[in-house]
Ligand binder design. Sequence first.
Ligand code: GLC
Ligand code: CA
Length: 551
Amino acid sequence: MADFSNKVVYQVYPKSFKDSNGDGIGDLRGIIEKLDYLQELGIDYLWLTPVFLSPQNDNGYDVADYCSIDPVFGSMQEMEELIAQGEKRGIGIMLDMVFNHTSTAHEWFRKALAGEEEYQDYYIFKEGNPDQPPTNWESKFGGPAWEYVPSLHKWYLHLFDVTQADLNWENPKVRQELKKVILFWKEKGVRGFRFDVVNLISKPEVYEDDLEGDGRRFYSDGPHVHEYLKELTRDTGIDEMVTVGEMSSTSLKDCIRYSDPEEKELSMCFSFHHLKVDYKDGDKWSLMKPDRMALKKLFEDWQMGMQEGNGWNALFWCNHDQPRIVSRMGDEKQYWKESAKMLAASIHLMRGTPYIYQGEELGMTNAHYCHISQYRDVESLNYYRILLEQGKTEKEALTILAARSRDNGRTPMQWSDRINAGFTEGMPWIEAAENYRKINAEAQMQEEDSIRSFYKKLITLRKEKNVISIGTIAFFEKENPDILAFKRIYKDEEMIVLNNLTSEETTVLADPSWQGYQKILGNYECSRIENNRITLKPFETILLEKQEDEP
Ligand code: GLC
Ligand code: CA
């Protein structure tokens, strides 16, 4: 397995990145146009969320054909051009493999519906009567996880939307088909893969009601998942490529196994526990202020656990399913720039491979929509209805969506202060956040002190300093909820990272051993570093480096 410790991945959500032909939807040509922007930022890989043929009920995560490009995004030729143009700039393309389910518009599912038993065995169909789903499991987008097909007298499983039918990985033919997809793209010169909700692929032998939850404990990190991943990696020879698995409600123990190079499963994992510290009672749709102590504890457990177990983390705050981090854990009004930079430093300086989601490098904020008609996401629209059914008022439901909707991460990339943030000349498929006149790439390219410049520095530092890419990590100030503090060590190199997670000034006692350390990065020009203590300003981040001893 290859080492990706000094690499940085940038995630593009093509639909919202750059529209080249005025239809209001971002496309492959638009991404090609912006490759120079990405090269200038310094990233190594570009992960594209799905651009395959799809009815777009879940914005491409409902794939109808894994080996063709949806015309809304462009053509196969443009994909080949993107790969070649990326290559020229030292940027490898990573594609998003949605292998837990297909769209119900996929040929396999259509054949299954037409009664071909061979293809029914590609999915999870269960006999039953129309008023009794096989289990009480819930779909992650709300409602039951089973759909009845009257013509077959059978139910099929869909852990996500009803048009996303779960594949039956127990069937070796399914596994063969999916390997062929990997080989097809590998042949095209793609350099890596992200595997969508891949820890859900192995379902339990027995399907039973979940009396404690929504069913996830039966199929998350399921019985054969490690076996299937090993087989996939072995038979497609992707062990030298960058591969990242998206892990839903996973465990540290499993993530160690998924990403330990000796297991030959994946290069690294996304886990989401740190992005649930503002879910009240674990419920995404109940608002709560972030629990900083819980956040710190999770970082510590996962960083230390992965280090001890020889696993590897994907480091991230944002993606197309998450609200914007500066709105969530920072202060987008008073300390917009400071908090965006602190949040960046806090994860980029940990142990793992960092991911930057489009616009995060600009400090893009949540959408601040105030009307339901502005939302597009199937999950948001479902939950709006569910929240109203639960007795919430429209206003309450909109407040919840404004904080939690996936559309917060899907507003158009803010390129400039021109109309629609410079994303399209036409009508954008989703409205831009109003603050694009202030927050945009053009402005930040010029400015030395911008959030984007800060991300560039973090990327450069990772490439210059082994202590960042491969150093060990240890946490301190563990009982202090306001400060995330850690030390990185590699041979003679040592670094201290201090992050004030709050909008209040706070102090840290300086350890005598830090004498002679020097600040090499921060988000305030002057920091108050005294002999025995350091005063951190609101959302201040400081990176101190041990200087070489004088001979
Ligand atoms: C993942 C994707 C998300 C999608 C879901 C179903 O969580 O990131 O966007 O809706 O899987 O494919
Ligand atoms: Ca377009």
